[in-house]
Design a protein around this ligand. Sequence first.
Ligand code: SF4
Ligand code: F3S
Length: 106
Amino acid sequence: TFVVTDNCVKCKYTDCVEVCPVDCFYEGPNFLVIHPDECIDCALCEPECPAGAIFSEDEVPSGQEEYIELNAELAEVWPNITEKKEALADAEEWDGVEGKLKYLER
Ligand code: SF4
Ligand code: F3S
């Protein structure tokens, strides 16, 4: 499965959702997640993210392993998203800031 990680938080560009053939992205206030049981590992979303926030489960950057479980957990409670929308207002300022987990809203 693929996993959305730290750099999506407070950016949420949503380019990723448009290419997913199985529509397995779920949306929270300032972050998206991938449902691990629905993702078919096509890898199409990975290069689409302007923030470089999507990784294969095996390649999640060290220190960000927590996001694997978070994607699974939040995909069960957040609504599905299939169409791109405006990125968050200050996405560019937050793009590249490290350690954004503390800002993740549920
Ligand atoms: Fe969707 Fe493919 Fe990305 Fe999985 S790897 S979330 S199936 S686009
Ligand atoms: Fe997030 Fe990148 Fe998608 S910032 S919403 S994973 S395009």
